[in-house]
Design a binder for this molecule. Sequence first.
Ligand SMILES: [Zn+2]
Length: 420
Amino acid sequence: MRTPLITLGLLGLASASRQIPLNPRPDGDSLTGANLPLKSPREVLLSLHRSLVEISSTTYNETAVGHFLADYLSSRGYNTELQYLSSDGFGAELQSPSPVSSDPADPKRRFNVLAWPGPSDPGTPRLIITSHIDVVPPHIPYSISDDPPTSSTVIRGRGSVDAKGAVAAQVLALQTLLDEGSVNPQDVMLAFVVGEENPGDGIRELSESLRHKVPPEAVIFGEPTENKLACGHKGALFCVIEARGAAGHSGYPWLGKSANEVLIKALAEVLATDLGSSERFGNTTVNVGKMGGGVAMNVIPEFAAAEIAIRIAIGPEDGANTIIRDRLREILDGVDPDAFSMKCTHGYGVVETECSVPGFETIVVNYGTDVPNLDGSHVRYLYGPGSILVAHGPDEGLTVGSLEEAVEGYKQLILHALRK
Ligand SMILES: [Zn+2]
């Protein structure tokens, strides 16, 4: 049960809130376009999507796109908050701290954009609609294949799919429902977070800010699912394995101990081991993404390291990560009980999301998302335009038709989440 009209706001630590009367602009487009003619829904959608993609926003450099989005939503009558990240490198267990400081005086300080159409104190909304505004490098400029566009027109550019397509479609979907009067403004909030690609620090900040509040009933996450409703995604665990040996002359291998050799044996064993499978999620897979070791061909290597990404196909969401980590440790110890050290992210097992909504095709995906990093017992939906198969690649792109279909999809999901 939830209590309506909670007085506690979502406004987190060190927030900057701007309250602007609810007065949505009919043109829904250019911030300076008060005198422009009314635009079609397609023009409004494509214009917002274009602006988002044109602004480079690789992880840790999301400030410009964040300000754009906050201004865009403010000028359309939303209350907005820049939710500054209170710590550096939240959740970056394997990394050096964020290259951008959390010093309040730093103009590059990172923030999530929260926006809500209801009263200036948002309470806790029943539904949070979220996606991420950071993208992977490198920035790829926006391009569009036809003018005027049709539904089969292709739009390319970094983030056009992952996940600025979702951001634009979510904004348009919510705006349409508000304009129609089919959603109560105080029930919803938009939350566009930074750092999803790595290390998930934006969503953890949002999660932290909700910790002592009445939780939302539901959260819609935007990621590329080809406009199918995801039933879940694989779990993930990222580990750095280091091997220590003893250096010596390569002609006398018995005088030393090869760190490369023990690491290669251990990785071969990891790759050959069944780490668990399930009907819905398939096999747990291991990618040895990065390796290095030794100093010269004629020196027995003293040190070697590998970075591996494991996509976990078993549950539970909170626990399978430990099962896999323990199994890895056993394998390493079986090869050599003294050689290895291992550091892993917290990780998580398979993540299940709500997919029994009439009218949607369903899908299961292998990539990680912000879904497991937002704590709580809310109903979770995962949906968005475009395909993960082109996201992060040089040809990242999607059709105008898929963006428009996503607006309809999000409208249905918002209504589904707020039914009753
Ligand atoms: Zn994404």
